[in-house]
Design a protein around this ligand. Structure first.
Ligand code: PEP
Length: 251
């Protein structure tokens, strides 16, 4: 399976800037050996879709979803609505949502299940805080998050789920988790996935996120068990994200 790099724009770029970003990024030389996606705010998905025209790279990702198909859920967006923009991936349980919006493991599991049922690949974000790591609880916390999120999932060829390991102490801090530390946790996550689905490492992608930049991406992607990256800050400039993608391609 190809390695996967997802740009997470977070709460940046409304439709006008989103369209400009896509046009600039499309001028970059992009490696064919990678799957590349961009996670845009809901309001920018239409602009991303139309700026892409017939191009399929980057694939379209959303940053959140609600689990019901439709109904009285003011302000929410369903998987079917995301499909109208050809959405391929959707982040769920990003630590910023868990921290600021009270998203729980149970909510994450419901969202992931609803996405997969609709044919969109959930990208489930998990990771420990600095305090949990300091206490020696990092592995326990992440195992629990992954187990609970996978509750209603299948190993589905149409909408394969992805796990994004994002140690919270490394997100947006410029303090990357070393490739060795990341690998230790990726091995744990692959083991939890194997226990439930009996699929080999490589069949379900586990990607890393946390202060990934053009200068360190290859360290992660050249590590066995790290199947891609979720990139926040370093994805905001389309040229530098293009450079990051080229630096990530296998040597
Ligand atoms: C993220 O938003 O998921 C992320 C990893 O951010 P950053 O790359 O800025 O640390």
């Amino acid at each position: 399976m190809k390695k996967l790099i997802i740009a997470n724009w977070k709460m940046y770029y409304g439709p006008i800037k989103a369209g400009a970003w896509i046009r600039a990024f499309r001028r970059e030389r992009l490696p064919k050996e990678l799957d590349i996606a961009v996670a845009a705010p809901f309001v920018s998905l239409a602009a991303v879709r139309s700026s892409l025209g017939r191009a399929s790279t980057p694939a379209i990702a959303a940053q959140n979803v609600f689990w019901a198909r439709e109904g009285a859920f003011t302000g929410e967006v369903s998987p079917d609505m995301l499909l109208e923009f050809d959405t391929t991936y959707c982040l769920v349980g990003h630590s910023e949502r868990r921290t600021h919006l009270g998203e729980t493991d149970k909510m994450v599991a419901k969202k992931a299940k609803a996405l997969q049922a609709a044919g969109i690949s959930p990208v489930i974000c998990v990771g420990e805080t600095a305090a949990e790591r300091k206490r020696g609880d990092a592995t326990k916390v992440v195992r629990g998050q992954v187990r609970e999120a996978m509750e209603g999932l299948k190993v589905d060829g149409r909408a394969p789920f992805v796990i994004a390991y994002e140690p919270i102490w490394s997100i947006g801090t410029g303090q990357p988790c070393s490739a060795r530390q990341a690998k230790e946790m990726h091995d744990v996550i692959h083991e939890v996935i194997f226990k439930k689905f009996k699929v080999k490492c490589g069949e379900v992608r586990v990607i890393y996120g946390g202060s990934v930049e053009p200068r360190n991406i290859s360290e992660y992607l050249n590590t066995v068990g790290i199947d891609g990256a979720l990139v926040g800050g370093a994805s905001l400039d389309p040229r530098s994200f293009g450079l990051l993608c080229r630096s990530a391609a296998p040597a």
